[in-house]
Design a protein around this ligand. Structure first.
Ligand SMILES: Nc1nc2c(c(=O)[nH]1)N[C@H]1C(S)=C(S)[C@@H](COP(=O)(O)O)O[C@H]1N2
Ligand SMILES: [Mo]
Length: 367
């Protein structure tokens, strides 16, 4: 049996806590990621919650604090379904490790990114029912999974600004690709914050608190912050560096595999691009000559403003070692930064530099 029902070729970075991503090729070409392939990122043990007794508390700066069972949540609010991509801030950290080591963090490839159709209710509807007060600037989430990686050890949590919480796309979801949420992905209920780093999509959410300030949970105040290159992450306390929220424009090459042996000649290249909050993917370029000439890839599908754009193109691979580079542009005409070295940071977040893979093409044998 594979762990947690995942595919046999899942790249497992850690078993306890479970941290795993699908091989890149498994993500190529498909809008939705199957539940057996969807990456999983955990900071502690996976809670096994009883949906019958589980309750969601909504409190803080609200007129009417709420206690809601799963049944009440389904009955009182209008069901919503949205296709959205989840992406970990550590996606593509592996590219940073070629620049400089990052101790204690997993070397994620491009697979810490997956897309599902999420079903649940709007967080905005629940907050409105509770009577969100004007002073509430941040909405904090609490979960029961206690992480030994936090200083001090504590349950996972985080927050988003009230404006994002009240935006229609932010959901409290109980289903993924039409199936009930699994324990691994946050059953019975998780937050889904489309366009924002995965860390804010709190799984197993049990308390939602409206506050004046962001959550002071370790994973909001100290982790998931972009530190300057010289900073020592073991000594950076709360509030140091940039708090990560909205996703930065990024892309990945999913097929062929890095280091693949292929035949020279026409070669299909496929990948994803993700623009994040408020933007769409406008163009993806591919180069096989170090960036002298670029061909525009075909944008295959972008199922919603909150999902990745799958792209593909065919190049003529010359015999020998070939580097394939991609770069995405968004609807504000901004383009991804070129080099990982410029972006390297001590925790290895947000590597949105141009993706590069190397292949070896062998000359075709004349027949
Ligand atoms: N309670 C809880 N929620 C969590 C986490 C966690 O460890 N505990 N990890 C976060 C991170 S960093 C990411 S990237 C996503 C991953 O969601 P997934 O495991 O469903 O892919 O969940 C987020 N929500
Ligand atoms: Mo993450």
């Amino acid at each position: 049996m594979t762990q947690w029902g995942k595919r046999a070729d899942m790249v497992v970075h850690e078993s306890d806590p479970f941290n795993a991503e699908p091989p890149p090729g498994a993500l190529a070409g498909a809008v939705l990621t199957g539940l057996d392939s969807f990456y999983s990122r955990n900071h502690g043990p996976i809670p096994d919650l009883n949906p019958e007794t589980w309750e969601l508390v909504v409190d803080g700066l609200v007129d009417t604090p709420l206690n809601l069972s799963l049944g009440q949540l389904r009955d009182r609010f209008v069901e919503q379904t949205l296709t959205a991509t989840m992406q970990c801030a550590g996606n593509l950290r592996a590219g940073f490790l070629k620049v400089r080591d990052i101790p204690g963090e997993d070397p994620w490839g491009p697979g810490a990114t997956s897309t599902a159709e999420w079903t649940g209710v709007r967080l905005a509807d629940v907050l409105s029912a509770a009577g969100l007060q004007p002073a509430a600037a941040h909405i904090a989430f609490e979960a029961p999974d206690v992480s030994q990686l936090a200083t001090p050890p504590q349950a996972y949590g985080g927050s988003i600004p009230a404006a994002k919480a009240m935006a229609g796309e932010t959901l409290l979801a109980w289903a993924m690709n039409g199936e009930p949420l699994t324990a691994l992905h946050g059953a019975p209920l998780r937050v889904v914050v489309p366009g924002w780093i995965g860390a804010r999509s709190i799984k197993w959410v049990q308390r939602i608190t409206a506050r004046r300030e962001p959550s002071d949970n370790y994973f909001q105040a100290t982790a998931y912050r972009l530190l300057p290159p010289q900073a020592d992450p073991t000594h950076a306390g709360p509030g140091v560096g940039l708090s990560l929220g909205a996703i930065a424009l990024n892309s990945a090459i999913l097929s062929p595999d890095d280091q693949a042996h292929v035949q020279a000649g026409p070669l299909e290249i496929a990948g994803y691009a993700l623009a994040g909050e408020d933007r769409g993917v406008a163009r993806v370029d591919v180069s096989i000559d170090g960036g002298d000439r670029w061909v525009q890839a075909e944008l295959v599908s972008q199922p919603s403003a909150w999902a990745w754009c799958q792209w593909r193109t065919t190049v003529l691979a010359p015999p020998g070692d070939v580097e394939i580079i991609a770069r995405a542009w968004d609807t504000t005409a901004a383009m991804q930064p070129e080099s990982a070295a410029q972006l390297w940071n001590p925790k290895g977040y947000v590597n949105n530099s141009w993706p590069r893979i190397h292949i070896h093409a062998s000359a075709r044998i004349a027949s």
